[in-house]
Design a protein. Sequence first.
Lengths: 571, 404
Amino acid sequence: MNIGRTKVIYHNLSITVIFIVLGIVMVLSGCGRTTPVVSQASGQEDNEDEKLTEGTVVLSDAQLGSYGEITGCFFKEDKETVSLTLSMPEIPKSDDPMIYLFAFEIYEACTFAEDFDKEPVASTKKATESKLEWRYESGQLFQQFVPALLLEGKYVSLSAGICIDNPEMLADASASGPKPESKKGLLLDPQMLDTPLLTDLDVKYAIYNIPLSHIVGETANEVFPTILYEYRGKTYKFNGASINGYDHLFTYLTENGMNSTAIILNDWNEAYPELIHPLSRNNEAGAYYYAFNTAEEEGCLHLEAIASFLAQRYSGKEYGLVSNWVVANEINQYRTWNYMDTDDINLYSAEFEKAMRIFNNAAKSNYADANVYFSIDHDWNNNEGNNEDHFNAKEILEVINDIVRKKGNYDWGLAIHPYPDPLTRVNYWTETYDKTVDAPILTLMNLSTVTDVLKQEEYLDRNGEVRSITVTELGFSSASGEKLQAAAFAYCYYIIEANPYVDAFIMNRQTDALEEVKQGLAFGIYDLDQSPKYIFDTFKYIDTDEAQEHTEFMLNILGADSLEEALSWAQ
Amino acid sequence: MKRQVLSLFIIASLILLSSGCGGHVTPAEEPGRENASGQGPDDTEDTEKPGQQEEPETPPAAREENVCIALVTDAGSIVDNGFNHAALEGIQTYADGAGVSYACYSADADTPDAHKAAVLTAIQDNAELIVCAGSPFEQAVGSLQEDYGNVYFLLLDGVPRDLGGDEIAIAPNVHCITYREEEAGYLVGYMAVLEGYRKLGFIGGEEIPSIQRYGYGYLQGIDDAAASLEASDDIRVEYWYGGSFCPDGQIEDVSMEWYQAGTEIIFACGGSLYQSVLASAETCEGMLIGADVDQSGISERFLTSAMKGISSSVVVALDDFFASGKKWPDGLAQKAVSYGAKEKCISLPVQNGAWRFQTATMDEYLKILARLRSGDIQIPVDTETLPETAATVVYHNEQEGSDS
């Protein structure tokens, strides 16, 4: 029994008195495993309790499992009380007149096993429309809540678990992020901060990677020592020197009016293997990044601590503001970019969704306007049912959306990387693409493929709007010509500018990356030696009144008579 | 997604090889063009139906039907890891990226008439831009540039000449490219010294300006690096023109002698003479520096290569041509331009497997390259005067002259 860990609130009675009495009674009686904490009923209520106990319908365990529908799980205006509303067609028969609400950690299965010994966080008398309310405690932001009945001495769930769906209620309402004047973004070269090589480009959206191995753990740096962070009773360590680098980065970006996006990447870390999902804990897989551990207590709580720390630190107060968080990279490429040793898309997606929800709730609870994304590449629907190499992005989108809706909707967004295929290709406009939702490849020329999916009612966000879509990575190599690269960028920008569903185009990248150059890919605005390419002016002026002067060549390369004609190809 | 990068090049190469590209006065047929436009067979149908209306939503580039770019080469192999090959790579790189079609034509003999015939074949096939690979085509371009004013020419490493071999005015539809070989030579010399080499050699094909520029730049790069390391007194360079661009017994003998006498690395500069130097290097466990193109794939004994950017220059020129609406823009039309570091056409190979420096760093290379690009380092191009160096340079041709 763990009566001190969670608090039970009884709304119709004197809370303090009952709490004490119940505690004494329970301790003395030694009960607690299967005997719930119940409110004291008066004598006049006995008959009603009996009726409620008998209910109006008799259901099996299996039938009860989906009998209730949770219609909300949210912070109330006081920001201290959480309310869960439950709807049932009739009153099911059970051992007593009560409905109980249990909290499960996000890594736990929401089941009532033989050794189940949790205490309910709330309870109320059965009704077709019930409301269970309790005082919020730290950590519950990431928990899932399951209503249950007591049947033949065991708890039986009434629905699947659901999470709190309005974490933004906890955020400081005063925080405010930049409102970009255009959709122009860039993957930054950290060596160019504070230099004209960045400021001259007038970037509106900036993106940067945060591999977890860079920030977790200790440092010997005396100037920026290890940062200790308390989370749910445990102390977690962050590399002060590395964090200081990010502090400087995000402060700089915020002060310069750039909308910041951070990509959270789970790279291999010998010192913290618990951060890697147990199905991914194989360094020989040779993946770039690995699935987050959302299956085990130690790793998952560590992830929660990391998410809480980062979201709190970069919430626009002392160390700058991160407005957007991309969780992992190209998750449909599960062999390389978010490794897990399974081709079961349901299992994989369920585990990933937990990580995304952790970051969503952490980010939203610190900065209400934060956006959380997961990213996909161009392999939209081309694996022909064989998941051995990758999951179809379309399918993973469907599965994750389904999971989110069942566990409590939130405003996740979609980050897309619609590269031409292969990556060396620049002339993405010269092919005729399938523009239906079943298209094999997602490119700039068939963005309707993804927007048509997200426009469907079941995909809408909590406000009934189409979710945020952002192109968080897309670049064109200059190896085939710098003007060709500039034309490809300009056309891409105009396509995205004209698309009301795509919020931003964050280009890959500010400076050529040596590893990419070695593969014949030179995506940068600057060469390896930092000399500017032809695209420099195109990028700089694309969102200004001088754009036409710097993009006229584009139509020659596209073979179009007008921008309108060129844009019609991508409709 | 990175996995797909390599396959493109492999497939493209296979298609070109299998298409007979490099045959005699034979346009590369459908396979090459399919690849060039990025289309499958259904998208590259040649027959146009009269009066057929184009679908408005289809980008024009997707309907490319004529040969847009023609590469015309001499009678040598087009996949020789040399000049022709580099020119083809440049066309292929641009065409693959831009989605334009291309074909290859080779002369059936190395005579002015055969070269001209190859160009005329490309013109008859309605090529819009003809890329002429090298000085063998100087007379062909000179005689055709005005008669075919609606056809554009890109002449590599040469300028139009009349039948007597005299240079003539460049027509508005022609752009000529020459190269700053001295910058490439400078880079390999500088980096070799940074790598730790102190006994170096240079064997040029013939004593002609382009080879001299390589050699003199090499000496100046060596000298500057040695000065920066205060190692000028430790440097010795053997310098010789072998008189042949082909494998040659004398070149093998000389290079063998040098290696055995302590020369650590030789810049083998000109055509396929490297084969003779390589034979000696393998015997003596010496090292080489390649010329013109990345020669790292030939042997592990190539430390690096002085790439004069044939491929890159073709890409740059084609990029300008198409961005200007399929014509030469001002600054290129009717002009011969020397392409170098500033145009990003001079470099060392950095691709996987080609970057073989163990001591000299990429940062050091990039800094030197940036200084060349910015003009901070100026390399005299006077081939009439030997460069002044603090390091010891032994000019073996002068010794031969004095010996005789």
